[in-house]
Design a protein around this ligand. Structure first.
Ligand code: MEV
Length: 421
């Protein structure tokens, strides 16, 4: 392999040329990468060894009335039907007055892992006694956050084993997601513990189990709006409540239930330029907080209302990271009229609950396939090479078939092109 030494230092176009010279990509593929790269300078500033911008579609979810205000919500996803389902869930919620969302707390947690501890009780006592001093050291490491009204708030210790202690620090990061800020503060405190308490530090890092940054969404929907064909609304509502119970009891179902919630959550997290891996990690850890992995949402029927709740960690930022530098992210914040990280977090959790409602509603009524089918067939048609004009014809032809796989799609497309369909 030629030219890969210090690949990251090569200009963008040279990087592409090296791929061609080494036979990884042909001329046509290189041209495609060049054509679809919107902003190589931006790409180069964001990551190493940048070659192109990966494209995902962005669509708008409608009907999101949250705390009395209506939003259009940008969602970035590759999965057909996610945007339609999110809008449909919110349409049902709107009939009951919309989502009530609130932030329960907004502090980020970080850990200093102290290893090889020999006198645990004494160490815990010393850290407790020096708590205020350690908080001051943390704040000195990042004075600008203190100026903005934030800063380190508390420290606690957790004994993980006879020789291992976690020092947890909670920081008010204001509008940022705060990962860098927190890591800087933790390292400053860790240095102090290393040098004055003579302890071995294993690592200092924020925790994505953001238990101090919880956001809730709550909905109340009149059961009558849930009626579907021959099934009355009360029956549908009771089944949705049972579906929620099923996800509470069984981790196999809980994982799928939560995946559906994350369909909505991740799409908005990505559109808002936040770190979706952090949100995923926190969500799943929170779902297992009592020792069993459970559904994150709860649905129950009260009189003539279906009541839904979702509480989950939502440590997103409204500033920092890619938010300032990616033009589309800026537009998305503007679209949602984001004024604070808390507001963004509330929108995201509301979308998670709306998405969950749409999935459960479909599952306990028609089944998931009926609603999904046309969108999935559209994707199938595109995947076998149907053009924009051929896609509707191929979808119609596929709808009449029992077997709706790529082989059938290819055969039908050939027939359409030969004028036989
Ligand atoms: C598919 O992406 C998501 C669902 O499986 C969620 C669920 O089952 O609740 C439909």
């Amino acid at each position: 392999m030629q030219g890969f030494n210090k690949y990251y230092q090569k200009p963008w176009q040279k990087r592409l040329a090296i791929l061609k010279e080494n036979g990884f990509l042909d001329e046509k593929e290189i041209a495609q990468l060049e054509n679809q790269t919107v902003d190589p300078i931006l790409g180069d500033t964001m990551i190493e060894n940048f070659v192109t911008q990966y494209q995902l579609p962005e669509g708008l979810a409608m009907n999101y009335v949250i705390n009395g205000k209506e939003y259009v919500v940008p969602m970035v996803t590759e999965e057909p039907s996610v945007v339609a389902a999110a809008s449909n869930g919110a349409r049902l919620v709107k009939l009951g007055g919309g989502f009530q969302a609130k932030s329960l707390s907004r502090l980020m947690i970080g850990q200093i892992a102290i290893e090889n501890v020999t006198a645990m009780d004494q160490l815990v006592e010393t850290i407790n006694q020096r708590q205020d001093e350690l908080l001051v050291i943390a704040n000195h490491a990042h004075p600008s956050i203190v100026k903005r009204g934030g800063g380190a708030r508390w420290i606690r210790t957790r004994i993980l084993a006879d020789d291992m202690l976690s020092l947890d620090m909670a920081v008010d990061v204001q509008e940022a997601m705060g990962a860098n800020m927190l890591n800087t503060m933790l390292e400053a405190v860790a240095d102090e513990i290393r040098s004055t308490l003579h302890q071995d530090i294993l690592m200092s890092i924020l925790s994505n189990y953001a238990t101090e940054c919880l956001v809730s969404a709550h909905v109340e929907i009149p059961v009558m709006v849930l009626a579907k064909e021959k099934v009355d609304g009360a029956t549908v509502a009771a089944k949705i409540a049972q579906a929620s119970r099923f996800a509470h009891l069984d981790p196999y179902r809980a994982a799928t239930n939560n995946k559906g919630i994350m369909n909505g959550v991740d799409s908005v997290v990505v559109a808002s330029g936040n770190d979706w891996r952090a949100i995923e990690a926190g969500a799943h850890a929170y779902a297992a907080r009592d020792g069993q992995y459970r559904g994150l949402s709860q649905w129950h029927v009260d009189d003539d209302k279906l009541i839904g709740d979702l509480t989950m960690p939502m440590p997103v930022g409204s500033v920092g990271g890619s938010i300032k530098i990616v033009p589309l992210v800026k537009i998305n914040h503007h679209l949602m009229k984001i004024e604070s990280a808390v507001q963004l977090a509330q929108i995201i959790v509301a979308v998670g609950l709306g998405q969950n409602l749409a999935a459960l509603y479909a599952l306990v009524t028609d089944g998931i396939q009926r609603g999904h089918m046309r969108l999935q067939l559209k994707s199938l048609a595109a995947s076998v090479g149907a053009t924009k004009d051929e896609i509707p014809m191929l979808v119609n032809a596929l709808e009449k078939q029992h077997a709706r796989d790529s082989h059938t799609a290819k055969v039908l497309l050939k027939k359409i092109r030969e004028g036989k369909e």
